[in-house]
Ligand binder design. Structure first.
Ligand code: ZN
Ligand code: ZN
Length: 258
């Protein structure tokens, strides 16, 4: 399986910077997990072929360019963009984003070929097939309704923790996953901001270390994501001080193959 964290920061010459401001992943060119920078970071091939998007939660850094992408593709879509999300997440997207005020209610609109966007229920704890991938979602611990996911193909399973403070179900899901190759897990705040991390439903490197004790599969890459740009250097230092060789910070724009 191929997975890329789409870039969301560039220097003045347009080169990708490692700083992550928004969250969206592309898997095997056909599935996205979240849509923070999706409209900005897709290749032309992906723009033409990617039609399935899992939305883990409705926070802006995870959905910012979802309306922009659908707007851009509006006339050319020959099949709808399918938004895979729990009912609670769909409710928030409809209330706050696709509400006819902030942006059009695309779920009710058609182009010459038919509907342009469709919601597909994402069940909790039950596998769902999207193309050759099997997705299983579980609730995680964040101030708004949020899911983490496992995504499996024939050979590998990846786990996406999304945004979450201490939680159990995602680690249970990881432990049950055959061929688990990597866990993408957040490390949003430095250790000194643990209180803020807990209030806002996030992890620090120290909290991440405690979470990783719940993971029984040892031979797994841990890719840290979601480092808040202002604290990036400190968080990276604290992650490396954990002395856990499995952990690295995920590189935006790099294709990881599992
Ligand atoms: Zn986030
Ligand atoms: Zn969030």
């Amino acid at each position: 399986m191929r997975v890329k964290l789409l870039p969301s920061s560039y220097d003045v010459e347009g080169h990708v910077l490692p700083v992550q401001r928004l969250t969206s992943y592309v898997l095997d060119n056909l599935l996205a997990v979240d849509a923070g920078s999706l409209a900005l970071g897709l290749s032309e091939f992906q723009r033409q072929h990617l039609r399935d998007i899992v939305v883990t939660h409705a926070h802006i850094d995870h959905v910012a360019t979802l309306p922009i992408l659908i707007d851009e593709l509006f006339c050319s879509l020959k099949e709808p963009i399918r938004i895979h999300a729990t009912g609670e997440v769909v409710e928030l997207l409809e209330r706050d984003i696709f509400n006819g005020m902030s942006y059009p209610r695309f779920s009710k609109l058609c182009n010459n070929f038919g509907p342009v966007m469709r919601y597909c229920p994402l069940p909790l704890g039950k596998p769902l097939s999207i193309a050759h991938l099997t997705i299983t979602a579980v609730a995680v611990n964040h101030p708004v309704p949020t899911v983490g996911l496992s995504v499996a193909d024939q050979h590998s399973t990846l786990v996406f923790g999304s945004d979450s403070a201490e939680t159990d179900d995602i680690w249970a899901l990881a432990n049950q996953s055959p061929n688990l190759k990597a866990v993408l897990v957040e490390a949003s705040y430095p250790n000194e901001l643990e209180a803020l991390a807990q209030r806002s439903g996030h992890l620090t490197p120290a909290l991440l270390k405690a979470e990783l004790k719940k993971l029984h599969t040892k031979d797994v890459q841990i890719l840290a994501v979601g480092l808040k740009p202002s604290y990036r250097e400190t968080i990276m230092e604290e992650l490396s001080m954990l002395g856990d060789a499995r952990i690295s910070v995920m590189d935006p724009g790099k294709e990881y193959v599992f």
